[in-house]
Design a protein around this ligand. Structure first.
Ligand SMILES: Nc1nc2c(ncn2[C@@H]2O[C@H](COP(=O)(O)OP(=O)(O)O)[C@@H](O)[C@H]2O)c(=O)[nH]1
Ligand SMILES: [Mg+2]
Length: 301
C-alpha cells in the first residue's frame, strides 16, 4: 500500500524533492531568505496562496520557538504540518449502522467518477459485500453503458433507466432495489455538467431529497471526484459543488499524472474537507484509501 501511494506521487515528488533539497540543503542556515525560497516553492507546487501562507506561518513560528538551526529539521516540521492540514475530518468512508450504505459521486465530466465507482465496486465485491450500482448519469447513453461494463467486470448489478431519464427516478429505484435485495453498498453515478449551475443545483437537490426520504441518513457520503491534474481549477469546482450539495469528502483521481500534489493540501485546508480516496491509475486496483501521514511523506521523501 505504501509503495503504491509513493508510486502515485512520483511526479509530484520528482517536482518537489530536488527543489526542496536545494532550498533545505544540509548545513544551510535557517533564515528569512530560506523561508522566502520555501514559500515560492510551495506556491509553485500548487499548495495555493492561503495554504502556503498558513504553512509558512506555522513553520516560522515553530522554527523560532524550537530554535531550529538545521534545514533538515525544517523539512521534518514541514512534513508534520502538511500531515496535520490533511486531517480536517474523518478520512475513512462512513459505513451506515444498518445496510445499505449509499455513496453519491459528483464532479465535472471526465474527472473519473465512473471509473472510481467501478474500482470501488470491485473492491467491495471482492471483500464479500453485496454491491449495487445506480446509473444516475442519464445525460449520455454511453455513460450508462460504461457503468454497465464496470458492473460486469466487478460482477455487480446496475440499476439503469433510459438515456435522458430523470436521475432522481434512477436513484429512487436503486434505493428501493438495494433495500429489497439486501444490498450492503450502493454507489450512485451522476452526470458531470457544471456549465449551468442552476440546473445542476436543482437536479442534485432533487436527488438528495429523494435519497433522504427513501432511506435515513442517505446519502451517507457525498463525494466530489476531482482530477489532480486540473490543480487550482479543481478548487473552484469544489467550492461550487460544496455550496450546492454539501460534500462530505473528496476523491482525488489521476494523482499518477500530476506533478502538483500540493493541490491535495490546498483542497483539504481551504474547504476543510477530508480526502477519502485517491486514484493512481486507470486499472481496477489503482484506487487507494487516503492516509495523511503517508501522503505527506510520499510527497517529498
Ligand atoms: N491515469 C489515471 N486515469 C484515470 C484515473 N481515474 C480515471 N481515469 C481516466 O479518466 C478518464 C475519465 O474517466 P471517467 O470515469 O469516464 O470520468 P467521469 O466522466 O467523471 O465518469 C478515463 O479515461 C479513465 O480511465 C486515475 O486515477 N488515473
Ligand atoms: Mg461517467
Amino acid at each position: 500500500m505504501f509503495s503504491k501511494i509513493r508510486e502515485g506521487l512520483t511526479k509530484s515528488r520528482n517536482f518537489l524533492a530536488d527543489k526542496l533539497g536545494a532550498v533545505l540543503a544540509i548545513g544551510r542556515k535557517v533564515d528569512e531568505e530560506l523561508m522566502e525560497e520555501l514559500e515560492e516553492l510551495l506556491i509553485g507546487a500548487d499548495f495555493g496562496m492561503s495554504t502556503t501562507m498558513l504553512l509558512m506561518e506555522k513553520l516560522r513560528y515553530r522554527c523560532k520557538r524550537e530554535n531550529v538551526q538545521d534545514a533538515e529539521v525544517v523539512k521534518k516540521i514541514l512534513r508534520e504540518e502538511i500531515s496535520a492540514l490533511l486531517r480536517p475530518g474523518e478520512h475513512r468512508l462512513t459505513i451506515a449502522p444498518t445496510a445499505p450504505t449509499v455513496y453519491l459521486f459528483l464532479g465535472v465530466n471526465g474527472v473519473g467518477k465512473t471509473t472510481t465507482i467501478g474500482k470501488l465496486a470491485k473492491r467491495y465485491k471482492d471483500s464479500g459485500k453485496n454491491v449495487l450500482l445506480a446509473a444516475g448519469d442519464t445525460f449520455r447513453a454511453a455513460a450508462i453503458e460504461q457503468l454497465e461494463t464496470w458492473g460486469e467486470r466487478a460482477g455487480v448489478q446496475v440499476i439503469r433507466h433510459q438515456h435522458g431519464a430523470d436521475p432522481s427516478a434512477v436513484v429512487f429505484d436503486a434505493i428501493t432495489a438495494a433495500k429489497a435485495r439486501g444490498v450492503d453498498i450502493l454507489l450512485i453515478d451522476t452526470a458531470g455538467r457544471l456549465h449551468n449551475k442552476e440546473h445542476l443545483m436543482e437536479e442534485l437537490r432533487k436527488i438528495r431529497r429523494v435519497a433522504g426520504r427513501e432511506l435515513e441518513g442517505c446519502p451517507h457520503e457525498t463525494l466530489l471526484v476531482l482530477d489532480a491534474v486540473t490543480g487550482q481549477n479543481g478548487l473552484a469546482q469544489a467550492k461550487t459543488f460544496h455550496e450546492v450539495a454539501g460534500l462530505t469528502g473528496i476523491v482525488l483521481t489521476k494523482l499518477d499524472g500530476s506533478a502538483k500534489g500540493g493541490i491535495v493540501v490546498a483542497i483539504a485546508n481551504d474547504l476543510k474537507l477530508p480526502i477519502k480516496l485517491v486514484g493512481v491509475g486507470e486499472k481496477v486496483e489503482d484506487l487507494l484509501d487516503f492516509d495523511p501521514a503517508e501522503f505527506a511523506q510520499g510527497l517529498f521523501d
